[in-house]
Every structure is written in structure tokens, then in C-alpha cells.
Design a protein around this ligand. Sequence first.
Ligand SMILES: [Zn+2]
Length: 296
Amino acid sequence: MKCKLIILVLIFGCSAQITSAQIEARYLLGQKSEASKQAPRAYGSYAKGCLAGGEELEINGPTWQVMRLSRGRNWGHPNMIAYLKRISEKVAKETSWNGLYIGDISQPRGGPMISGHASHQLGLDADIWMLPAKKLNLSRLKREKLSSISIRSNDKKLINSNWTNDHMKVIKIAASDQNVDRIFVTAPAKIYMCENASGDKKWLQKIRPFWGHNFHFHVRLKCPIGSKVCKIQKPTVNSLSKGGNGCDKTLIWWITDALKPAKVNPDTAKKKARKHPRHFTMAELPQQCTDVLNSK
Ligand SMILES: [Zn+2]
């Protein structure tokens, strides 16, 4: 009898514990092919959160095309969708590009993804290709197969001949929108822009050097008004650049020490020990994400 009881406790104990809260969020949020029918809200932080009431960016627009359609990551907060339309129109008007090739934004309900990105969870991050968008009638297949271009030299210290003045114009247009929190790009591009931008250089404050980001640049928007559970990123770009434009000595590290073979660095070891945001369970995300998941 005692034995049976123990078995019963084990069975019920286990089944009660295996709830959706314990499942990695990417297997649940990542399954949804439509946005939640809720008011638009970004919940959590860029690498730990989700998106309610997402909007789909049409795969073809007058001044953009969505790339890699099979991924289904062309969903964002309505602020992001409006932003991409607005800046791509400006790019088409003010540069030799006909618009923008848009890479990943977010899944329909945001959250961690099956593969790739740590961030892009709130519908407030978007990757924009460095390949100038000249043709806006690419087939679905072409959008899977075509690669972007790297604008960085092989030794990672300089920009290369793929870089044009229009790249700077495009990134300036992208950064000058007041909704933008910051833009990540490879350090040599920031260095080039610091040395060659003319006029008011305030926009450069939002350009942050980062690993990779030589095939695309990554735009991050601010938390939308009304998204009270959206966490703004700290440190802010203003504090990182001490109120300046970030065209300072800190950039040199990226093209010198950062490129040296890695010693065992306690920070990297710590990073490795930390859980990758892809593996967050539903329970680890803000509780509102469960409503986002279960909503129609
Ligand atoms: Zn990105």
C-alpha cells in the first residue's frame, strides 16, 4: 500500500510539474504563425521577453523587400513596422539605393527563437542588409539564396571596397529617427563614419561598435510609450559615450586587442556559464508572455 502511494505521488507529482512554464519558450512562442490578438505591447527586455499585438511587415513594399521568407521573422511592434517603412522611403529618396533589404525582425509573438539571435525578442530589433537594395522584385527563392555583402576587410580592421558613401547615408538616416535607441555595426564602419561624417555628428552617438555586424546593421528601437513592462537598455548610449558621439579611443580596442587570440578571459568564461537566451523557459519570461502565448 505504502509502495502504491509513493508511485501515485511520483506520477501525479511529475505530471503536475511538467507545465508549459517549464518548456523552453522557443518551442512554444516559436510555433505561432500569427500575432496575438492583443493591444501592441513589448514585454521584458530585448533578449528576454515577448511581443503582444505584433504586426507583419508586408514581404514586398515600394521601398523594401523582406529576405529569408522561410524564417517567418518579419513581425514587429507597430512602431518598428512604421519605422522601417519610413526610413526605407527616405533611403530611396536620398541615396542611390532603391530601398532596403530587411532581414530578421521577430517572430509573430516575439520571444526566444529556435536558432540564431539572443535578442530580437520584443519586435523592436531589426537587421538591415549591407547589400544595397537595387532590385525590388526578387523571387522567394532568390531571397533564400542571395547573400548580403560584408563591408569589412578580412583582417577586421578596416572597411573594404564594398563600403560606399551611401552606406553612411543609409545608416545616418536609420540613426536619425527619434524612435531609435541604438544601432549595432562593425567597429571599422563606425570609425570610418566618425572620420568622414560632416556637419552635426550627434547621430553618431547611437552607432555602437559590436562583434559581427559587417553583413548587416542592427537597429534597436526604444521601448514604446505604453509598454510599461518593456525594459530600457542600460547603460544608455549617452552614458556609454559620456554625452559625446562615441568617436573616441574606445573604438581602437575593437581593431586591436579585441582581435588578438582569446586568452582565458574570466568574463568570457562567465558568459559561457550563463544560459543563452534561446533556452529561457516560459517561467523565466515576464508572466505576460504566457498570456501572449495563450491569446488568440
Ligand atoms: Zn540583429
